[in-house]
Design a protein around this ligand. Structure first.
Ligand SMILES: Cc1ncc(COP(=O)(O)O)c(C=O)c1O
Length: 398
């Protein structure tokens, strides 16, 4: 028996592939600080839990494939706050942003075709690309340019007759970059010129700092027929385990095919949609203290890391991640070593090796991705342990 090429070639997520080492460290009694994964410790809103507790049906039945109409209506109201006017038919509830991503890729491209990604990128674009049989073609963004979108010429060099779409993410995981309207115009222009789709991953829309604002691709009228927005409640309402997300798209034809995909998997989770509905009905001021909290965590992490001039890291404008360049050549080895061979008084820090956030071989091997999802004290402690680890690792590897 032979397994498929896609099974044999799919990547292990760099965010999760060190889990066996994590479990062993925990077994040895080590406390592990997680800077590797975007799992916030912000409490899921009480209204979310209450909605689930108050569920009174006797049977937890299948729901509609495109989601609860009440939730879609609440999402229409949510986008209206951003002056984005949608119909319920422009929204499909998915089993989290992950399913929305996979569907979007499969809606616009066939096996063997290509999708442009801006690296470093959310690592699972690679995984979903492989599952869908699609090649992710990287355009590299650089820390020295604030990870901004490169020139049209640079992007166009990567476009072939097989290219079907570009995936963008703003606010960005893993760089924290927020695309300016000019960068978005550039993407829109290329999409029109080369007849491409734009898959816009906007799951971090609220997480912007120091007055920065994230613009949605849904605001760009002249490309609205070719834009598919991927959205999710995982980070928005700190409800990662709920598995509720959305495809938002103003092109009725695309939505009709998305519905066929959705029918194959029957429906998204019912109880969690009820929780999401309650969360979407909260006043938008809910986000204010949370935004401040993330900004404080970002500053704590940056300030601690900046005390070592060998660590190169840009202050991110949004989301809750940063890519840090370290004075090492193999960040996978370093991240594994932190879990296997290092601790400070029984504590260590887990980081995500940088290479999995790139599609270009060899890039990211001196970088780690850090998530600032722990409270300020714990973030500082985690960063200090990371820096002590870095010093010892360099001494040992010399
Ligand atoms: C940029 C980005 N898109 C999509 C997702 C998928 O989120 P979920 O499947 O939890 O909705 C994540 C999760 O970390 C992410 O960072």
């Amino acid at each position: 028996m032979e397994l498929s090429e896609r099974a044999l070639s799919v990547q292990a997520s760099p965010i999760r592939r060190l889990t066996p080492l994590l479990l062993e460290a925990k077994k040895r009694g080590i406390t592990v600080h997680h800077l590797n994964i975007g799992q916030p410790d912000i409490e899921t809103p009480k209204v979310f839990w209450d909605a689930i507790k108050n569920y009174e049906e006797k049977v937890l039945a299948y729901g509609l494939s495109d989601g609860l109409p009440e939730l879609k209506s609440a999402v229409v109201d949510y986008f209206a706050r951003y002056n984005i006017l949608l119909r319920q038919t422009d929204i499909q509830v998915t089993t989290a942003g992950s399913e929305a991503l996979l569907y979007s890729l499969c809606l616009v491209s066939d096996p063997g075709e290509e999708v442009i990604v801006f690296e470093p990128f959310y690592t699972n674009y690679n995984g979903f690309g492989t599952i869908a049989g699609i090649k992710t073609v990287p355009v590299t963004t650089k820390a020295e340019n604030g990870f901004s979108i490169p020139s049209a010429e640079e992007i166009e060099k990567k476009i072939t007759s097989r290219t079907k779409a570009m995936i963008v993410c703003s606010p960005n995981n893993p760089t924290g970059h927020i695309m300016s309207p000019e960068e978005m115009e550039r993407i829109a222009g290329i999409a029109k010129k080369h007849d491409l789709f734009i898959i816009s991953d906007e799951v971090y829309r609220e997480f912007t700092y120091e007055g920065a604002k994230a613009t949605s691709f849904l605001e760009f009228k002249d490309v609205e027929d070719r834009v598919i927005v991927v959205d999710s409640i995982s980070k928005r309402f700190s409800a990662c385990g709920a598995r509720v997300g959305f495809i938002v798209c103003k092109n009725p034809a695309i939505m009709s095919y998305a519905l066929k995909f959705a029918q194959a998997r029957l429906c998204p989770p019912t109880l969690e949609q009820l929780g999401a509905l309650a969360a979407y009905r909260m006043d938008p001021s809910y986000f204010d203290p949370i935004r401040t909290e993330y900004q404080n965590r970002r500053d704590a992490l940056i300030d601690t890391l900046h005390s070592n001039p060998e660590i190169l890291v840009e202050k991110p404008q949004g989301a809750f991640y940063m890519m840090a360049k370290l004075p090492i050549s193999d960040s996978d080895d370093f991240a594994s070593w932190l879990l296997k061979d290092f601790n400070v008084d029984g504590e260590t820090t887990m980081v995500a090796p940088g290479d999995g956030f790139y599609a270009t071989k060899g890039l990211g091997t001196d970088e780690v991705r850090l998530a600032y999802v722990l409270n300020v004290e714990r973030t500082k402690r985690a960063a200090q342990i990371l820096m002590k680890g870095l010093e010892e690792y360099k001494r040992k590897k010399r």
